[in-house]
Design a protein around this ligand. Sequence first.
Ligand SMILES: [Fe+2]
Length: 396
Amino acid sequence: MSQTLGPDTTTRADVPADGTLELGERSLAVVLDGRRRHFHYVWLRDNSWAAEDRVRQSGERRLFTPSIPPGIAPTAASWDDDRGLEVLWNDRRAATYAPAWLRRHDYSPAARAARRPTVTLWPEAAGEPPRFPHAEVVGSTAGQLAYLDAVREHGAAVVTGVPSEHHEVERFAQAIGHVREVAFQRVHDVHHDPAGYNVAHTPGELKPHTDMPSYDWPPSIQLLHFLTNRATGGESTLVDGWAALAELRRDAPHHLDTLTRVPVPFQLFSDDEDTWAENPMVALDTDGEVRLLRFSNQLAQPLAVPFEQVEAFYDAYRHLGSIIDSGRYRATFPARDGDLLTLHSHRVLHGRLPYDPASGARHLQDVYMDVDDLLARRRVLRGEHRPLPAQPQEDA
Ligand SMILES: [Fe+2]
């Protein structure tokens, strides 16, 4: 029996037969598929599916986790090839952990890495986002999954042949999830309007940006439906912000670090509404990967940070802005009548080249959503949303 277990450094040749258990002081290792998999006792006890610990119907935890004593450990443990790991705990509870459940929840570095979503950053010479016919996205599970996979992996997709009807974009959002309602309008109309409340309503170039950084949690999905686009010019310009940040991380990690630390205020207001939030432009997840980019030159307000941070911020912002404005990682393409653009708007910036409002009508409507709901829909369509019980019910 080994007393201290750590990350697995053994080679395959050293690994004993499947089902071999090694009990340590605070964790155990079980060999499954020729690999030692390590689990802490407190983690196993917490994730017991024994009848006393779990609400069977909903999978909710009945066990109050903080009540698990720090000295929790097995008094007996064994392996059965069908049932899996069987443990009698020193608090007198018995629990079983099925092989499939242990595989799914293995938290070793390799298993965690394998579960990360695949994100394909755009190349420097980016092409148009993938296109999907409207009838297939709303009419078939396979079509909708292909569209959701594209949004998840590439951050953008175009749905084609969407009826050019008023508020069709809202109906589409409701077909795949829920509208995220924000200030101003539930469905935003974008057309030439000299009195409009932001620069999108002018015919000038709109540099790539993300919307609504004036919310603490900006909407993470944006749907833009082109009902009519007969004007000359006005091509869409999309930039993969995460690809731009990967370049910044490679060439100047200190600039990326600055942008994760210095808070920037953003504001968007109208005569009777106001949105304002102050956050760093870049948020990383707990693995250090980019999670969220806020980039809106037009909505940034005066910095209010300690004196010594000001120039460091401008140096970092200048660098990131030069990448975003360089044309690298940028897709430029005409919007056609009936196109509905879906953007993961914590990742992909959107903009527009100038257009001539006298040359023809141009009208688009957009709504926001949150990516959580798209990912939830994807999990439901793939049948992944129901938890796998660690201890299958005997009568199930
Ligand atoms: Fe915008």
